[in-house]
Design a protein around this ligand. Structure first.
Ligand code: ZN
Length: 320
């Protein structure tokens, strides 16, 4: 699957080529990407059976020969019960890829002529799918740098209704910490916690034992010495210590996060911070890939992600 997604055909995709697609072309892209594991041919998402009947319906649906369930190209994915044409989703993903610092829902709604609320939810569904590939259950290893940073420290002055539900369940929405663990030359994972020292728990869960961990002098990290070979850098004295200790990789993650916050999203409310942190981690982890590759990977992640519990029917619930 990875092979197709990163092929030269994939690299040539652009927003212009998306806009030229017919409905059948766009359907074909979704089908190829979603069913890449079966050479692009439909198989049952419920039981995995490859023997399916094509139903005489538009848009096309299939029926599984084994479990008899019916499914479409988007069944059970974040595009379940879709409202837009497939080509529009592909266009949204293409624009989203091209915004290296991220894309705001408002910009997307203008560019694609879709309702701002729909754009807001759609972009969060994409972030959720990207987040699932960042937090894929694997462990970081080798040399890993950890650091924490306060992000989204200001509360929104706006009184818009759509800003309010985000704060539910958050004790102190003003001050949240993003903690990142990042392999040198490798992958990053980030978590939103109340205090920097709370980052110890996810780090222990997701950084393999035997890893060399680099951290700054903050006392909260001392406890990690019990689990890892540690190197510490004292930032009040130096940025790279003589024993090679540094957290420059972790810090470059935060500079992306800050650029995104200041340039695009302006203020990020506490309840959405994890989603933006995951987007930043995904963009860092794939930074050497082309836009076309990004487009394929996000499309594939979206079609692999289950229907979103958080974002499906979001506006209906928040209006209630
Ligand atoms: Zn089946």
């Amino acid at each position: 699957m990875q092979h197709f997604l990163l092929s030269s055909a994939a690299r040539s995709l652009s927003i212009a080529s998306v806009l030229r697609m017919t409905d059948a072309d766009a359907f074909d892209v979704f089908k190829r990407v979603r069913f890449a594991a079966n050479g692009g041919e439909a198989y049952c998402p419920r039981c995995g059976c490859a023997k399916v009947y094509t139903l005489a319906e538009t848009p096309i649906r299939w029926k599984c020969a084994a479990c008899r369930s019916k499914f479409s190209v988007t069944s059970g994915t974040i595009f379940h019960s879709r409202k837009l044409a497939i080509r529009d989703y592909l266009g949204v993903i293409a624009l989203f890829c091209n915004g290296v610092k991220g894309t705001s829902a408002l910009q997307m709604s203008r560019d694609m002529n879709i309702n701002p609320k729909s754009a807001f939810v759609l972009l969060h569904k994409l972030r959720e799918a990207m987040g699932a590939t960042v937090h894929d259950g694997s462990e970081l290893s080798g040399t890993v740098e950890v650091d924490g940073c306060y992000v989204g420290g200001t509360i929104r002055p706006e009184n818009r209704k759509e800003d309010r539900p985000d704060r539910r369940g958050t004790e102190n929405p003003r001050r949240r910490v993003v903690v990142v663990a990042r392999e040198r030359h490798g992958r990053a994972m980030a978590w939103v916690v109340a205090r920097e020292a709370d980052g110890v728990h996810p780090i222990r869960q997701h950084v393999a034992s035997g890893t060399e961990v680099h951290a700054d002098e903050a006392a909260g990290w001392n406890i990690l010495h019990a689990s890892y070979a540690m190197k510490r850098v004292n930032h009040s004295v130096e940025y790279k210590s003589e024993d090679g200790a540094s957290t420059n990789w972790a810090e470059s993650f935060f500079s992306r996060m800050r650029r995104s916050e200041m340039g695009i999203h302006h203020r990020i409310s506490g309840g959405l911070l994890q989603a933006y942190a995951d987007e930043c981690a995904w963009r860092e982890n794939n930074r050497r890939r082309s836009n076309g590759e990004h487009w394929n990977l996000i499309t594939a992640a979206s079609l692999a992600a289950p229907k979103s519990a958080r974002w499906t029917g979001y506006w209906h619930r928040s209006a209630a």
